[in-house]
Design a protein around this ligand. Structure first.
Ligand code: NAI
Ligand code: MG
Length: 353
């Protein structure tokens, strides 16, 4: 039995996580595996009920479970709170840090049935299948910050810190993942300017000898941003540090044209965290308009990385492909001639395949 902590959160979070757990439960029944889902509060919902966006009980439940499935947090209702109480800053960053999930996996894949959804030409993106591996608990976002008054204004300092071991552990994940895919790893840095990037490149280069079947190349981040829109299919696994990864993973996601379709996994040495890449979408919350596929595919990643159930993960991914081939669409990916369905109906169709 696997204990899964479910954190529905705010906005469309509860609607999409409900479909993800429905699909996981159905998959478990087929495989003879039992999942025990335990819900806890996070984000604005937790602030309203308990005065803090990440209550201690939630963190404890996350730590003792086998995996965490998160919906999304935040919304206009909580935007005016002091920054440490705002759902995104007060819940997401500390949750990632406290679970020690240093490797963020963001697949960007174009489903054949949706090749027309991208803003790029179908011949540029069709068959696209990139996995961005972003370092998630170090670098600029977690470095010391300072703001001081100086004559004529203010002066701010942000600190970018990486250790050899922090680079090595996330690179190891990327090498291993590349070995199971098309065996190509592109490490992205700014080694012509940043000392942290020089260390990054040294560590990755030294590790490459241990993975002789993986072809490694290094790319400067500005060039990578260009290459992603010029010829994105050249990439298999992209490995990069926290800030670059934040930007490049969103850019890669947008190549597929469908925010509601993209999952993520955040892995460390303990409990892993799975969540759709989209936010709480307050503009469509509570109306059965949300696409649950990103959350459902996050559940597939959970089976793959936290339970070792590769067959179950692949079966869910195939069910998503099949339902799209059959012409079912949620509102965000609707096209003329297709059949529009709501959030729960999409979940049911995928669960039953
Ligand atoms: P968003 O991702 O929530 O929405 C952007 C646009 O995409 C909206 O028009 C929304 O309706 C649409 N959309 C998003 N997910 C969808 C889905 N599954 N199906 C159909 N349409 C979907 O980003 P936005 O609007 O910038 O942020 C809204 C709130 O979410 C903010 O409070 C923000 O801070 C928070 N947020 C939370 C994240 C998280 O919990 N990991 C990540 C990003 C934003
Ligand atoms: Mg981002």
């Amino acid at each position: 039995m696997y204990k899964i902590t479910v954190l529905p959160g705010d906005g469309i979070g509860p609607e999409v996580t409900a479909q993800a757990t429905r699909v996981l439960a159905a998959s478990g029944r087929r495989m003879g595996v039992e999942f025990c889902f335990r819900e806890a509060l996070i984000g604005g919902a937790a602030y309203d009920a308990a005065g803090h966006p990440l209550p201690e009980e939630t963190l404890a439940l996350c730590r003792e479970g086998d995996a965490v499935l998160l919906g999304a947090v935040g919304g206009p209702k909580w935007d005016q709170l002091p920054v440490h109480l705002r759902p995104e800053v007060g819940a997401l960053l500390p949750l990632r840090k406290k679970l020690g999930v240093y490797a963020n996996l963001r697949p960007a894949r174009v489903f054949p049935a949706l090749a027309g959804a991208s803003t790029l030409k179908p011949e540029v993106v069709s068959g696209l299948d990139i996995l961005v591996v972003r370092e998630l608990t170090g670098g600029l976002y977690f470095g010391e910050k300072k703001r001081e008054d100086i004559p004529g204004g203010q002066r701010v300092t942000e600190t970018l810190v990486y250790t050899t071991e922090e680079i090595r552990r996330v690179a190891r994940r990327a090498f291993e993942l590349a070995g199971k895919r098309r065996k190509k790893l592109t490490s992205v840095d700014k080694a012509n300017v940043l000392e942290s990037s020089r260390l990054w490149r040294e560590v990755v280069t030294a590790m490459a000898v241990d993975y002789p079947d993986v072809a490694v190349n290094h790319m400067l981040v500005d060039n990578c941003a260009m290459q992603l829109v010029r010829n994105p299919r050249q990439f298999d696994v992209l490995l990069t540090e926290n800030l670059f990864g934040d930007i490049l993973s969103d850019q890669a996601a947008q190549l597929t044209g469908s925010l509601g379709m993209l999952p993520s996994a955040s892995l460390g040495d303990g409990t892993a965290l799975y969540e759709p890449i989209h936010g709480s979408a307050p503009d469509i919350a509570g109306r059965q308009l949300a696409n649950p596929v990103a959350a459902i595919l996050s559940g597939a990643m959970l089976l793959r990385y936290s339970c070792g159930l590769e067959e179950g993960a692949a079966a869910i991914e195939n069910a998503v492909t099949a339902v799209l081939e059959q012409g079912y669409r949620t509102a965000d990916i609707m096209e003329p001639g297709k059949r529009q369905v709501g959030t729960a109906e999409m979940g049911r169709l995928i669960a039953e395949l």
